[in-house]
Design a protein around this ligand. Structure first.
Ligand code: NZQ
Ligand code: ZN
Length: 392
């Protein structure tokens, strides 16, 4: 096990009706908040009205910034920074999914950052302060409700980059599984694929002796595989949503990756797809992950064999590990299919013409400073290009 520093302080308030407590919970932090949300699902579901009532009851005043799009855009972040300064906002309340929360985090640090906030994403510049962010989560997927990460799309440059800082962990996140009942089927599936990927990125490792976190990863993956189809079939299944919501937070609050070398190649490859083609993050991951597994498994047969047996329940002769691993990858593909997710880039409307450009961008060779991606196997741009081709 590797040395680690685990600090994951986001408070999670979980369960029925918890969103009605938001006003009271905000009181110690702010008299005036920015209510940040997306394209209108919170108004349709009635959540918006409940939040406003709770804010008013607690005497919290607010300004509003709606309009966050999936793959949240830098232009709205700039708008939010100006609004927060003008309105003397003390906290940003993000009501929505990963996109809304990530946009809120970008605004929160942009209020104090002296230069262009995009430099923080592009050049990894350090930040020293951010407005506090609180969230009401409406889709279990990105894990941003408990992470210190934010991912923003610079639509002008067609770049999508992430940034992480302990200043960005939400002070609290409200998670009422009933708020997930209104999700469209494709978003349910995208979310499950993303949460699984957050575990995969940590699970597949060359680090030896990681029994505890292996077990935690496997439990989260099995919970997602068991409950994803249930939520898809019956959108009102509170228990299934409760499992998915909790699993999504555990998948990405850092715990299951402690003491392990991590991978993150699939996320890097997916961000290139979203940046150019504006595809849903989870759908891109569902396409890439089996192809990535196929390309890298030979570098650590034992790790993939453990995945085949412990997660995908494959049985057979352990003397033929590759047979079992291939069966596990096939089962994963079938699971994504069953969830209604795409299996190829062409199903996402992505042709081959930009494969080389994306492979060179994600390994930064396009910017003159090559940085291989991945952990269990380091990937050059040629490897990435092969993976895009494998799943074309
Ligand atoms: O905009 P509205 O109208 O609210 O509709 C949203 C949006 O269209 C809809 N939706 C959300 N909750 C709903 C609902 N519709 C009906 N009922 C509800 N209860 O779902 C759509 C997708 O929302 P989005 O926020 O984009 O989804 P998600 O949570 O999957 O976030 C994806 C973003 O998170 C980033 C991704 O790259 C992507 O940009 N990630 C952020 C991470 C982090 N900050 O730690 C880690 C992840 O790896 C991920 O990269
Ligand atoms: Zn993700």
């Amino acid at each position: 096990m590797l040395n680690f520093d685990f600090y994951s302080p986001a408070r999670i308030l979980f369960g029925r009706d918890t969103e009605t407590k938001v006003g009271k919970l905000l009181k110690p932090y702010a008299k005036k908040v920015l209510l940040h949300y997306g394209g209108g699902s919170i108004k349709k579901s009635g959540l918006y009205d409940r939040v406003i009532t709770s804010l008013k009851d607690a005497g919290i005043s607010y300004a509003e910034l709606p309009g966050v799009k999936p793959n949240p855009r830098l232009s709205l972040v700039y708008e939010g920074i100006e609004l927060c300064k003008k309105e003397n906002i003390e906290l940003i309340l993000a009501v929505g999914g990963g996109s809304v929360i990530d946009s809120a985090k970008a605004i929160a640090m942009g209020v104090y950052y002296e230069g262009d906030i995009w430099d923080v994403y592009e050049q990894g510049k350090a930040i020293h302060k951010a407005l506090p962010v609180a969230t009401i989560l409406t889709i279990p997927a990105a894990g941003s409700e408990s992470s210190g990460d934010t991912v923003i799309t610079n639509e002008g440059k067609q770049l999508k980059y992430g940034y992480g800082s302990s200043h960005l962990r939400p002070v609290f996140s409200i998670m009422n599984p009933e708020l997930f009942f209104t999700l469209p089927k494709n978003q349910v599936a995208n979310g499950v694929a993303d949460m699984m990927s957050h575990v995969f990125e940590r699970y597949f490792t060359n680090t030896k002796q990681t029994d505890l976190t292996d077990g935690l990863c496997e439990a989260v993956l099995k919970t997602l595989i068991r409950n994803g189809p249930k939520a898809l079939e019956n959108p009102q299944d509170y228990d299934a949503w409760a499992e998915l919501g909790f699993a999504g937070t555990v998948a990405h609050n850092g715990l299951v990756g402690m003491g392990r070398q991590q991978d993150w190649a699939c996320h890097a490859m997916e961000h290139e797809l979203s940046a150019i083609y504006d595809v849903a993050h989870g759908a891109g991951l569902a396409v890439l992950t089996p192809g990535w597994m196929q390309h890298v498994y030979k570098d650590n047969i034992n790790m993939f064999l453990q995945f085949a047996v412990n997660v995908m329940g494959v049985q057979g002769s352990l003397r033929e590990p590759e047979v079992l691993i291939i069966e596990a990858i096939d089962r994963l593909r079938s699971f994504y299919r069953k969830m209604g997710l795409p299996a190829t880039l062409s199903e996402l409307g992505i042709g081959e013409e930009k494969f080389e450009e994306m492979a060179k961008k994600c390994t930064r060779i396009a910017f003159g400073d090559e940085k291989k991606i991945g952990g269990i196997k380091e990937l050059s741009w040629q490897n990435v290009h092969k993976i895009y081709k494998l799943v074309k």
